[in-house]
Design a protein around this ligand. Sequence first.
Ligand code: HXC
Length: 519
Amino acid sequence: MSIQDKIKQLVELRGEARLGGGLKRIEAQHAKGKLTARERIDLLLDEGSFEEYDMFVTHRCTDFGLEKEKYLSDGVVTGHGTIDGRVVYVFAQDFTVFGGSLSESYAQKICKIMDQAMKVGAPVIGLNDSGGARIQEGVNSLAGYADIFQRNIMASGVIPQISAIFGPCAGGAVYSPALTDFIIMSEDTSYMFVTGPKVAKAVTGEDISVADLGGPNVHAAKSGVAHFLAGNEEIGIMLIRKLLCYIPQNNLEEAPVTECSDPIDRVEEALNEIIPDNPNKPYDVVDVIDMIVDNAEFLEVQRNYARNIVIGFAKFNGMPVGIVANQPNYLAGVLDIDASRKAARFVRYCDAFNIPLVTLVDVPGFLPGSGQEYGGIIIHGAKLLYAYGEATVPKITITLRKSYGGAHDVMSSKQLRGDINYAWPSAEIAVMGAQGAIEVLHFKELKKITSEEERAKFIAEKETEYNKKFANPYEAARYGYIDDVIEPMNTRFRIIRALQTLATKKDTNPPKKHGNIPL
Ligand code: HXC
C-alpha cells in the first residue's frame, strides 16, 4: 500500500467513525429533536479546537452475534478542546450506536480522558444520551460504570465536572452525573431515573409516565437533581459555556476574573426603598441581587427547587462569586430541609473551587412542625451550618432584614468565620420575632387576661418594647457581630471593596482525612 493509499484509508476510517451508527440512525436521532454526539461537541467547543481520541476503538464482545456488528468509536465520542480558550475534556454518548449503551471499551475511553483531565487540571464535561449498560456485555459493562464512578469521586473537588442529560439516563448510569457538580437537563428529550415506569408498576403498582417519574421538570422542581433546565440542547450547551465563566480550571486555581464595564461605585437608590415598612411583607431578593452584581447578570442554580433560598453565580467588578440569599418572596425565606441541602452543597462547591461567598440574609428561622422534624431538619439544617463553618474562602454577609434564631447563626454569621458582616439599617437580629417572643416571655400574664381587647393591647405594648430593643442591627453591632451598618444603596461598592480586601485571605482547617458532615 502506498502512503497515499494509507492516507486515503485513514480518511475513510475517520469518515466511517464520524457516521456513528449510520445515516438512518442519525436521521432517527434528528427526528426525535436531538443532535448527534459530534454535533453537540461542535456546538460546545471553540471552533476547530476538538482533538478526538480513540476514534478507532471498537467493542470486544463476541456474544449475541455482536462480533459481526462493530462501529468505530463504539458509541462514545471523547477528547479535548477549548471553551473561550480554556482546555476542557469532553465525552458525548452516541445514541446512534447501540442506543449509546456502555460497553467495556466505551468505559475505558471515558476513563482515559478523565485520567488525563486530572493530570492536566481541566474540567470534564459529559453529554449523556444512553440506554445504560450494554446488555450484551453483562458484568463488563457494570465494571465499566464503576470505573467511571470511582474517577468521578476522585475528581470531585479537584476539577469541575459538568453533566448534560440530552436523552435517556436510567438505572445505575444516573450515578455518574449524580457524582458530578452540575446537571443540566434538556426539556422534552431527557429523563433520569434509577428504575423506570415498568419496574415501578411491577414492584409498587404505581402507574406513572416517564416524564412524571424522571422528566426534567420533576428533577428541576421536585427532586432537585437537576441544577438547570434548558429549553433545548443548544441552550443547554450554551449554559455549560456560561457556567464555566464563573469557575476555575481546578481547585488550585482562582476563578477567571474578567474586565468589568459596570462602575464599581454605582449607587442604587432603589435599594434604600426595597425593604417594605411592614416586616411581614415580602420582596424579591433576586431584585436586590440584580441591582448589586455586574450588569445585573446572575446565573441562578436550581431556580425551581427550594425556592425559599436562592443560589447562583455572579460577578463583582469581574470577580466571580457564589451568592446565597434567603428569598422572602417564597415561604417568607424560611430555612427548611430542601433549602438547607440546596445551599449547603452550593457553599461546599464554592469553597472547594476558591469562589468567594456573598450571603444575603433575610430569614425568619427554621420551618417548624412535625413534617420537618420527622424529615430530619436537625441533620439537614446542620449541613448548611457545617458547610459555612468549614468554608475558608472569603465570606461576606449582608443582613437585609430578619436574622432570627439558629438561622442567624447558620447564615454565614461572624462566629462561623464570616469575614465581613454588614447589615442594612432595616436588619433585625434576634433570637426570634416579636410575636413568638411575647408568647414565651409573657405566657403566664397572657393566660390571666380574659378580655380579647386587653390581650391585644398588652401584646402590642410588649411587641413595641421588644422591637425597640431587638428589631435593629445595633444590638448585634454593639458586640461586634456586625462589622458595620451600611446604607443599602452603597451595597455594591462595599461588597467589591470587601472582596478586594479579602483577595489574599488565607485560612485553613485542621488536618484530617475528612470531616463527618451530617449527611
Ligand atoms: C444494548 C441497546 C440498549 C442497551 C438500546 N439499545 N439500549 N443495546 N444495550 N442497553 C439499542 C436498541 O437495541 C436499538 O438498536 C438502539 O439501541 C436504539 O434503541 P431503541 O429502543 O430503538 O430506541 P428508543 O425507542 O428511543 O428507546 C430508547 C430506550 C430503550 C428507552 C433507551 O432502548 C431501552 O429501554 N433500552 C434498554 C434500557 C435498559 O434497560 N438498559 C439497561 C439498564 S440497567 P438498533 O440496532 O435497533 O438501532 C443499567 C445498569 C447500569 O443500565 C448499572 C450501572 C451501575
